[in-house]
Write a protein that binds this ligand. Sequence first.
Ligand SMILES: [Zn+2]
Length: 338
Amino acid sequence: MRGAVIHAPGDVRVETLEDPKIRHSTDAIIRTALTCVCGSDLWPYRGLEPVGDPHPMGHEYIGVVEEVGSAVTAVTPGQFVVGSFATSDNTCANCRNGFPSNCLHREFMSTCQADHVRIPNAQGTLVATDHVPGEEFWPSLLAVSDVMGTGWWAADAAGVRPGSTVVVVGDGAVGLCGIIAAQQLGAERIIAMSRHGSRQELAREFGATDIVSERGDDGVARIKDLTGGIGADSVLECVGTAEAMRQALRCARPGGNVGFVGVPHEVAVDGEELFYSHVGLRGGPAPVRRHLPDLIDRVLSGRIDPGKVFDLTLPLDQVAEGYRAMDERRAIKALLTP
Ligand SMILES: [Zn+2]
């Protein structure tokens, strides 16, 4: 099969790799329908995370089941499936408590920028659609496997409810999907923090009511201006830097909540500031599997269209250009067709 391999920062190539095989009775093999490049793939690409030995890349996928292990009965060959970047058995205590991304048997997907993928814990991880959906739905279904699921979790963790005032920190694919989630959950006011014209446009299309282009202390001051000096009910932190987290915590009102889903890089929370703020803080790898059936239904019924975050489509063989375009911020998110 063909798949992307990172060799060093800035060096991702598509190579011929060994075909994936069923290794455990709980595995499935899928033929990838679509995959993509994630903002988090840019950390090693930019040399901000060690690359180590050359290794495959990618954790987002939709596809058609080709083969299943003997313990997999929930999906069968020929079915179209959506999964999560974190696999889960859907039966352990953590899964039953609603946190499949902390499953006791969790494996993080890491080989999905390829034309075939082995899915561990397939029984609990994969959700099949009733039939093969029209191709127009595929980008949005792919988004559900990570960025939309993560945006949803950010809004859920931040306690967004009907009438809420919401601030979204970060205008990448996850932040934009967070706006969709806040809109769907009934937020009355959604303030997107963004300084890029095309992203502001998409933010408004997804439901943002206000745009704030200032950052840091100036950004916090603007949010206070817009919220009667109090701050927002819910803040979605979708970046993962120290500055973004500080900004998120300071934009929330006393008693408000921050949902943080940006993978933290050198983020430290000031315990004393948090103590006196009365702000609630919850985040982590999104429990995407918990939300999959609902999000798939929202996509197929036309209520959400998160696939619009893909503004570049490339054949898998040109994966290097996908990384480059996202690194240079020429693209929000690159879709790859195997
Ligand atoms: Zn589990």
